[in-house]
Design a protein around this ligand. Structure first.
Ligand code: PLP
Length: 382
């Protein structure tokens, strides 16, 4: 059976040229980057070259990039690191209600430790309410953490404006850009970003590797104790092969940015048009204009999303009802709940996220099968 993969927000396949570049660092160039002999220095050079590629991709300086084990760790390090280092200045943090659990649960943990967190709402498109953000600011606010783009509905936030608000109030601004890197052009300087999290496996790099950008001068504490790696901010021997993979993947994604984005936009628009023409009682979730190019989240009235996913899986189609991290639970997604989607639509949402290997023929197949399955499920429930 041919597998058709439409879940690129969950993860992506490692590109062949990325893998090729990583392989020597597993068993040939396996020196520890902290070792001072030639083998160690070769690994160190590979790590530093990757750091440069990451920095170039977001217009940062190499000294502002720290490698971590994943996007979740980057979020933890950013939020806890800033909170702990700045708690004498204040203990109030602002985030949004539609963040990924990597941010929401980090904030909840900080609340248990005596920090105060305000969770601001979004409009019906999933966009942060800027007036709510401004009203939430207090003298004790030390950090604003707002995601760049949402993993479930694809809405891109007005990051530059949020960064400007933070700057005007002398508050540190972190953004979880795990879904944005590779899909949106990012310039941390122009966008007023102080800290930014990313994860290799969302842009055709390996899983289990992340990076955190921290603007020079921003005070943050390490959260993992141990050795002096990553300029004393993140202990643990560097995962050289994966760091090399992340560097290569981000370099390629920058080179192919326009071509890739145009393709994803075209596939998404084609998919939406075909669904609108052939299936009634649907809702397109998220912002139609300011959204990730490959993301399309549609709710089908009266459908159980999990049943739909299983039916699609049986014919080789991989998709999602929401975040991969929360799938397996049948409770409606916290993001869709925040958008105020009516009860009879909310359970029937399907997130399709297109990627480089998808074709028009794949979309035709997907829509043809969706029509069949949705008609069947709706008939059965009458
Ligand atoms: N933040 C967002 C917006 C995500 O979509 C994800 C993963 O899906 C993460 C953070 C966590 O990234 P990782 O899987 O690398 O820990």
């Amino acid at each position: 059976m041919k597998i058709r993969y439409f879940d690129h927000a969950a993860t992506t396949a490692v590109r062949e040229d990325v893998l090729k570049e990583m392989i020597p660092y597993f068993s040939v160039e396996y020196g520890n980057p902290s070792s001072i002999y030639t083998m160690g220095r070769k690994s160190r050079r590979a790590v530093e070259q990757a750091r440069e590629k990451v920095a170039n991709a977001i217009n940062a300086n190499t000294k502002e990039i720290y490698f971590t084990s994943c996007g979740s760790e980057s979020d933890n390090l950013a939020i806890k690191g800033v909170a702990y280092a700045n708690k004498k200045k204040g203990t109030h943090i602002i985030t949004s209600k539609i963040e990924h659990p990597a941010v929401l649960n980090t904030c909840k943990k900080l609340e248990q430790q005596g920090f105060e967190v305000t969770y601001i709402g979004v409009d019906e498109k999933g966009k942060i309410k800027l007036n709510e953000l401004v009203s939430a600011i207090k003298n004790s606010t030390i950090l604003i953490s707002i995601m760049f783009a949402n993993n479930e509905i694809g809405t891109i936030q007005p990051i530059k404006e949020i960064g400007q608000i933070a700057k005007e109030h002398n508050i540190i601004f972190h953004t979880d850009a795990v879904q944005a890197v590779g899909n949106v052009k990012i310039d941390v300087q122009k966008m007023n970003i102080d800290l930014l999290s990313m994860s290799g496996h969302k842009f055709y790099g390996p899983k289990g590797i992340g990076a955190l950008y921290v603007k020079k001068g921003i005070d943050f504490e390490r959260i993992q104790d141990g050795g002096h790696q990553e300029r004393n901010k993140r202990a643990g021997t560097e995962n050289v092969a994966e760091i090399v993979g992340l560097g290569k993947a981000i370099e390629i994604s920058c080179k192919q940015f326009d071509e890739y984005n145009n393709k994803l936009n075209m596939l998404r628009q084609y998919y939406i048009k075909k669904v609108q023409e052939n299936i009634n009682e649907i809702r397109i979730n998220g912002d139609i204009e300011n959204r990730l190019p490959g993301n399309c989240n549609i709710s089908f009235k009266g459908i159980d999303g999990e049943t739909l996913l299983l039916e699609l899986d049986a014919i080789g189609i991989c998709a999602s009802t929401g975040s991969a991290c929360t799938s397996g639970s049948s409770a409606p997604s916290h993001v869709l709940v925040e958008l105020g989607i009516p009860q009879d639509y909310i359970q029937g949402s399907l997130r399709i996220t297109f990627g480089q290997e998808n074709t028009i023929e794949d979309v035709d197949f997907l829509v043809e099968k969706l029509i069949e399955i949705i008609n069947k499920l709706r008939k059965n429930s009458q």
